[in-house]
Design a protein around this ligand. Structure first.
Ligand code: BGC
Length: 344
């Protein structure tokens, strides 16, 4: 096996973007771009022996540059939301980009997702993406170096190893925003996909999608995925949280034990089954509620529920919630984390 590097396109300012394809002996392939450090495609064999790309997204730069709703990209410095786009560290207030309705910082202002990362091939099955965010970028303190290594194993596991370090005390919350469709990117919506999440609690949000502070039991609600059920089974319930977000767009407080998958998904049509492992305390389940039919791969429109995201992370808005697990890192302190997607 070896990693194949190809030219993928250029950004609007003329920077070249490359793709790196990692394959294994079972015919699984992961395509990673220097743009946004994105996981652009993930080819998996289905139960009938047919290879399918299980990610909704784009097959050209134009899509990534002009129609992107974070499909496949890495997200930092702070994924998900920071209320009012400000926080205080060491007595100093920082104002960060308010890119959602002019009030909230969403996905760190998008900086990491739009950046062209440097790539380093580490082995025949691992490629590292590197990005240095300048001091003050999007209003965040310090210069932050980030590395995300994608490794594909012979057990059909795609591992993402995150590492970051900032020159100032700051919050660090990184994720990947892949939209999975285990029926294939051309396989219709994800409502029949069965999902299991090992979480007995989730975080309800207010109308800004900011956690209210309540840690609510999933018991007896549409949010209960402790036993596998189709994503679409309860999504249309008259639940104020579902109605407000047009579906699931919430952080689950994971209670999986080490070595146990935090989530599992299965598509009955293709027989593709995926397990998700993470060492992080939270996972945002987002069911593509705001997708509006922008043309994606092969020009096919990506409508509402064309994919689902399992964004592993610290809980949203931690800077304002000292009771949540902390993601405040000291200057020079190294943040590391691992999330993986395994196909069985
Ligand atoms: C957010 C959604 C948002 C999507 C794309 C998700 O992480 O929770 O509200 O629409 O990202 O930006």
């Amino acid at each position: 096996m070896s990693i194949e590097k190809k030219w993928f396109g250029t950004t609007d300012d003329g920077t070249d973007v490359y793709s790196y394809t990692i394959g294994n002996k079972n015919g699984m392939r992961a395509v990673i771009l220097t743009y946004g450090g994105a996981l652009q495609a993930l080819y998996v064999k289905d139960a009938h022996g047919k290879t399918r790309d299980v990610l909704a997204g784009f097959d050209d730069m134009d899509g990534f540059l002009h129609r992107c709703d974070y499909q496949g990209v890495l997200v930092g410095r702070y994924c998900n939301r920071i209320a009012d786009g400000k926080f205080t560290v060491g007595g100093k207030e920082y104002n960060v980009t308010r890119n959602e309705k002019g009030v909230t910082c969403l996905h760190g202002g998008g900086e990491f997702s739009r950046a062209v990362w440097r790539a380093r091939v580490l082995t025949e099955t691992a490629v590292e993406m590197l990005y240095t965010s300048p001091d003050g970028a999007e209003g965040f303190p310090g210069e932050m170096e980030t590395s995300v290594t994608y490794t594909l194993t012979e057990d059909n596991e795609l591992i993402l190893d995150y590492k970051a370090r900032c020159t100032a005390d700051s919050y660090i919350n990184l994720t990947n925003h892949a939209y999975f469709n285990l029926g294939g990117f051309d396989g219709g919506d994800i409502l029949n996909t069965e999902l299991l999440i090992r979480a007995s609690h989730y975080l309800p949000t207010d109308e800004r999608s900011i956690p209210t502070g309540e840690v609510r039991s999933v018991k007896g609600t549409a949010f209960d995925f402790r036993k596998a059920k189709p994503i679409g089974r309860d999504i249309g319930e008259e639940d104020e949280q579902l109605l407000m977000c047009r579906g699931y767009d919430h952080n689950y407080c994971l209670d999986a034990r080490a070595g146990e998958p935090a989530a599992e998904a299965y598509c009955p049509a293709t027989g593709i089954r995926m397990q998700l492992f993470t060492d992080l305390p939270g996972m945002q389940l987002y069911t593509g509620n705001f997708l509006q039919g922008a043309p994606g791969k092969k020009g096919l429109p990506m409508y509402r529920h064309a994919g689902f995201c399992l964004e592993t992370q610290f809980y949203p808005d931690t800077p304002h919630r000292p009771e949540f697990p902390s993601c405040l890192y000291k200057a020079g302190e190294v943040f590391t984390s691992r999330t993986s997607f395994k196909f069985i």
